[in-house]
Design a protein around this ligand. Sequence first.
Ligand SMILES: [Fe+2]
Length: 401
Amino acid sequence: MYMWHFYCPNIIYGEGAINFIEKIKGEKCFIVTDKIIEKLGYLKILTDSLEKYGKNYEVFNETVPDPHEEDVMKGKEKCNKYNPDLIIALGGGSVIDTAKCIWAMYEYPEYTLNNIDPFSDQLYDFANKARLVAIPTTSGTGSEVTWAAVISRFQDEVWRKMSLPHMSLVPTFAIVDPVFPKGMPPDLTVNTAFDAISHSIEAYGSMWRNEFSNAMAIKAIELVFKYLPIAYKDGNNEEARDYLHQAATMAGLAFGNSQAHLAHAMGHSWGGVFHTQHGQSVGLFLRYITQYCLNAPGEPNESIQLYSNLAKKLGWANWDDDDKKAAYSVIDKLRELQKEVNFTSNLKDLGISKGDFENNLDKLVSLFYQDPSGTMAPRIPNKEDVKRLYQYAYEGKDIDF
Ligand SMILES: [Fe+2]
């Protein structure tokens, strides 16, 4: 027998979920957000709600996209001074990740980011001073339900994205209210949704997959494929927004309890060098790395079995189709969806010159191996293959190796 955990916050979802804040114990709230969220009026929705229920709050709005260590430390200082009994993260993945680290360093003021270590026993004694409420404003990162934070540190002349995982960093509550992602422009809607697609498709193929994560992954894939084109064409479609938001959280549960893999390892490295938005880079690599896993030599190829099953369950292939044919229909579906929502499908079209790309290729390969995300992939590429994966993704070529 083996033992496995399913890590999951209390999830409150659907229209009006924000009002659940009344029921959450805590009178002194430290809000972690950013200036854009404030400008869009979302912070006011939250603070109005807190005021209505007689809760005090202080706002830290200095979170930035791809947060750097220094930004997180600023938040830590402010939080420790305020001494809250509730921390509320309102924003996208960068905000929620920043809040998770602030939370850890509030519980243990002597900590730096180096102490957030998946093997730390001390960190299991947690949430004694405050609990964390995560309120996502985009539909994609899934950070509201996962146990890792990604923070950048400048090291060896490059911004390295560090994954900081610990089971205790799972937020206590996730409030998944579609009022927040409603205002996302079409390109952000698409890029963040492709992050969610990558979470679910990678979680489904990862070596750590399990029946709980599979259940979440399959449903998330189904919902994103159905509702993304609708939300892309009509951002005000409430049903599409609500289901996309739920799907992103399910995808978060899927990869939080399994693992993302090669698309995230390639995407993190790419983002560290060229600063492409996270969802856009991982979503771009997803098609190439899925092909790469399906092309794995040797029998049986588990990825073929898995993706054939997925395609058949979702009605993308017939139940009597040959497994290989059915599995590769996932690639066709990804390609179709990318086309339908104008998602950039190769690196060249991101506007990176060939010279710039080639000059950084060795750095990308080296960063790829420093990223722990890739370790649970069903097929681990050698250096030469990683290089070729980047080259093929640059040109938009199908993976034939
Ligand atoms: Fe992601």
